[in-house]
Design a protein around this ligand. Structure first.
Ligand SMILES: Cc1cc2nc3c(=O)[nH]c(=O)nc-3n(C[C@H](O)[C@H](O)[C@H](O)COP(=O)(O)O)c2cc1C
Length: 348
């Protein structure tokens, strides 16, 4: 881990630690991977405008997300199957996030169940893939609330699976439903093949979102928004958060880099909800660009998985600390002692 100086260093190391199929699953994107590459490349096209002569002897990166205090405006994006990176799966990932005061998003498709995370004392949201069978969706939502999750992140950009040719070439195989901890309670009463088959979001519409809103007191966040139109509609339907994402380039290829649609979404939301973003965030300076454009927080996906696969819990703690240090350094160099100080005027 001493040789890991930044998040980008982790990918090559993870490729050596993981079997080829798992690495392809974690690292790959849809089709030609245009969006996957663009997500990362787009950040480096933005330029910062630092202000000097500001007292930055104390830099505080902490903030609140839907009222929950967090140590940093950088969270852990939901990712399925952390058990392929570490035997403890999400217990390790969420545990290290909790120790660092970082918001963790539990995936519906996590290897470990949400009940396994319930004892961890850290901020957590639950990412929901809705099920054709509304009774199953309702049960997942009730369990999420009962296990300490403070918001529901509804993923909207997976009506069907993106075609990830890297995975296919490498022979990656999805586990059966019992490979996902959250579905174990349904094993007695349901056909397990039907559980995963019924997860397709092809039925997810605004009407379904309204139904979810009536089902739970948890605030809703809509993940996978890439246009001002959908961001405005999400606000009209009462979401508390709009999460700009193209699923890390894993769904519709040729969508723009998320940072390039952030302004459109922030303008459409017009202060009615918090705005988050994920996609290719690897540097503290990327975080500054997102905040300056109006995001409340950003989320990171693959690098945490690569860190866990490479260095276990220690590796993940190292990666979380690295990005945190970069965020604090970037704030100091930008002349922003708190995240509230990062403004549009910090960008050219
Ligand atoms: C291996 C993997 C699994 C993922 N699983 C989910 C998931 O279960 N639910 C979801 O909403 N997004 C999922 N995502 C998308 C991430 O939440 C996030 O949008 C994306 O990884 C961010 O891009 P980044 O990896 O470049 O940081 C997954 C991403 C990866 C890489």
């Amino acid at each position: 881990m001493n040789t890991v100086l930044n998040l980008a260093d982790l990918e090559a190391l993870a490729e050596q630690s993981l079997d080829a199929a798992t690495f392809a699953y974690y690292a790959g994107g849809a089709n030609d991977e245009v969006t996957l590459r663009e997500n990362e490349a787009a950040w480096s096209r933005h330029r910062l405008r630092p202000r000097v002569m500001v007292d930055v002897s104390e830099v505080d990166a902490s903030t609140t997300l839907l009222g929950t205090p967090v140590a940093t405006p950088v969270g852990v994006a939901p990712a399925a199957l952390n058990g392929l990176a570490h035997p403890d799966g999400e217990v390790a990932t969420a545990g290290e996030a909790a120790r660092a005061g970082v918001l963790f998003t539990t995936s519906t498709l996590s290897s470990r169940s949400m009940e396994d995370l319930a004892g961890l004392d850290g901020p957590r949201w639950f990412q929901l893939y809705t099920h054709h069978d509304r009774a199953i969706t309702a049960d997942l939502v009730a369990r999420a609330a009962a296990t300490g999750h403070r918001a529901l992140v509804v993923t909207a950009d997976r009506p069907v699976f993106g075609r990830r040719e890297r995975e296919i070439r490498a022979g990656f195989r999805w586990p059966s439903a019992l490979g996902y901890g959250n579905f174990a309670p349904y094993a007695d009463e349901h056909d397990m093949a039907a559980i995963t088959a019924g997860l397709h979001g092809s039925l997810l519409t605004w009407e379904e979102l309204d139904w979810l809103r009536g089902l739970t007191d948890l605030p809703l966040v809509l993940k996978g928004v890439l246009t001002g139109e959908d961001a405005a509609a999400a606000c009209d339907h009462g979401v508390a958060g709009v999460w700009v994402s193209n699923h890390g380039g894993r769904q519709l290829d040729r969508t723009p880099a998320t940072v390039d649609v952030l302004t459109e979404v922030v303008d459409a939301v017009a202060g009615r909800a918090e705005v988050y973003l994920d996609g290719g965030v690897r540097r503290g300076t990327d975080v500054m660009v997102a905040l300056a454009l109006g995001a409340r927080a950003v989320f990171v996906g693959r690098p945490w998985l690569f860190a866990l696969a490479t260095g276990g819990r220690e590796g993940l703690a190292h990666a979380l600390a690295l990005l945190h240090a970069e965020v604090e350094a970037a704030m100091a160099l930008l002349g922003a002692p708190s995240v509230a100080h990062v403004r549009r005027a910090h960008l050219r």
